[in-house]
Design a protein around this ligand. Structure first.
Ligand SMILES: Cc1cc2nc3c(=O)[nH]c(=O)nc-3n(C[C@H](O)[C@H](O)[C@H](O)COP(=O)(O)OP(=O)(O)OC[C@H]3O[C@@H](n4cnc5c(N)ncnc54)[C@H](O)[C@@H]3O)c2cc1C
Length: 425
């Protein structure tokens, strides 16, 4: 029995590793078109900023490790150009055919580039990062324009600013970070202004030249690498990513999909969503790999929990904003509370918490939390509450920890939930 995995990063290698653990007899081959496997793209902005010294520091495992320790064959430089499911074969660019019994498609996504040019960059792979680093070293640009106000665009804006460039951000919507939330956008815009990064909202950029910058970084969205499997007969969902069932099997029997190329069930809306994130890719990969090895495991779904650092400000979100909730048919109620994440005498700084709940059911729908410290743990509590389908009242009575070096006697999250419960009454 041979399992072929296409894609050698987060989802693909999680799938291969889990399949190996469950079935030592399986032949497992990973096909990766790039030269490098198992690296954290999430660290690339910090490589550009200079906090990470080399791309090698972002590499977790080498092909040799997988071959020796896990008996998984890794073939880099192998691009799949077609899938012939009837024959259970994938075709490589070299013309070689590779037979499979089970297939895990973990080919990720690719950046959407509205224009190209010698000074135009994106940041998606190790290769993109190297090209950008070379340009920064050789050309010494003084100005940068970032196209896209999602988390990669804003991380890169602050990274380039930290390197001393004059930076502007151009975003084609009125709200940042795909959250459709004016409150969050205002806060983030305030921090960008403090970093002396110019922000242009509601601005569609037609060409790099119109920006007049030495360097243009495009982070204007992604597209799922789903076409090859769609050509083989797999269904795409409404989002354009691969449709999968709760076991992450595509509509082609024996073919599973995981990570940025696939949809996942949103635990708040109960509908398929496409929110490509590394943490999701790893979890989906594990389930797809297990099921490809014969298990029957269910992927529980996602809340789209994210966190990003923008000029020292942690911006975290999970579930839905009010605007998104309304579009999904809920009747949202929201509160915003600001409180210290530790007592003043312990140098606590303020965190701002926005909680959203449904008016009739009182169920929590989402949250956004912003602050210089004390953000990650709290958003994870809300993500857990969403998974447990908690109501605002239950969140308000959680037994959270307290000691002055770590937090106040009444956690800001509890204060926000109490206020939300009062508004719902
Ligand atoms: C700059 C940056 C910062 C990020 N920061 C965060 C973060 O802070 N938190 C977070 O959760 N997520 C973050 N992400 C997202 C995260 O990196 C991705 O969600 C994750 O890598 C997806 O994993 P994947 O395995 O699905 O796809 P990928 O990592 O994209 O891997 C897919 C692999 O498939 C290969 N491939 C594609 N097509 C073929 C083919 N036809 N044949 C053979 N091989 C193929 C590709 O070469 C690629 O190596 C960040 C991403 C970037 C780019």
């Amino acid at each position: 029995m041979r399992l072929v995995v296409v894609g050698g990063v987060a989802a693909g290698l999680s799938a291969a590793s889990r399949a190996r653990r469950l079935d030592p007899s399986l032949e497992i081959v990973v096909l990766e078109k790039g030269a490098r496997i198992s690296y954290g793209a999430c660290g690339l902005p910090y490589l550009i900023e200079g906090q990470v010294r080399s791309i090698d520091e972002l590499t977790v495992y080498t092909p040799a490790f997988f071959e020796k320790d896990r008996d998984i064959r890794i073939r880099t430089g192998c691009e799949v150009t077609a899938v012939q499911h009837g024959r259970r074969e994938v075709l490589l660019r070299s013309g070689e055919r590779v037979r499979y019994d089970r297939l895990v498609w973990a080919a990720g996504a690719r950046p959407v580039l509205p224009f190209t040019g010698a000074n135009v960059f994106c940041l998606h792979t190790d290769w993109d990062a190297q090209r950008l680093l070379d340009f920064l070293r050789d050309r010494q640009p003084r100005t940068a324009a970032v196209v896209g106000g999602g988390y990669i665009g804003l991380e890169m804006a602050t990274a380039l600013r930290a390197r001393g460039l004059a930076v502007s951000v151009h975003h084609d919507a009125t709200t940042l970070l795909n959250r459709e939330d004016d409150w969050l956008t205002k806060r983030v815009a305030g921090r960008l202004a403090r970093c002396r990064i110019e922000l242009h909202l509601n601005t569609r950029v037609a060409s790099a030249d119109s920006l007049g910058a030495d360097l243009v970084l495009v982070a204007a969205g992604l597209k799922a690498n789903a076409e090859l499997l769609a050509d083989a007969g797999a269904d795409l969902g409404r989002t354009g990513a691969l449709r999968v069932d709760e076991r992450l099997e595509t509509t082609l029997g024996g073919v599973f999909a995981a990570g940025d190329c696939a949809e996942a069930l949103h635990i708040v809306t109960g509908r398929p969503a496409w929110i490509p994130l590394g943490t999701t890719a790893n979890k989906m990969g594990r389930i797809a790999g297990a099921n490809a090895a014969g298990a029957r495991e269910r992927f529980e779904g996602i809340a789209g929990t994210s966190i990003v650092r923008i000029g020292g400000l942690a911006v975290a979100a999970t579930g839905l904003s009010s605007q998104q909730a309304r579009r999904e048919g809920f009747s949202p109620v929201e509160v915003v509370v600001e409180a210290r994440e530790r007592p003043k005498y312990f140098h606590g700084c303020k965190v701002a918490i926005q909680l959203v709940a449904d008016r009739s059911s009182r169920r929590l729908l989402g949250a956004a939390i912003l602050g210089d410290e004390g953000v990650a743990g709290r958003i994870n509590v809300v993500a857990t509450a969403l998974a447990a389908r908690m109501r605002a009242d239950s969140l308000a009575s959680l037994d959270l920890s307290y000691a002055p070096p770590y937090g106040p006697a009444t956690d800001p999250l509890l204060t926000a939930a109490q206020q939300l419960a009062r508004v719902l009454d």
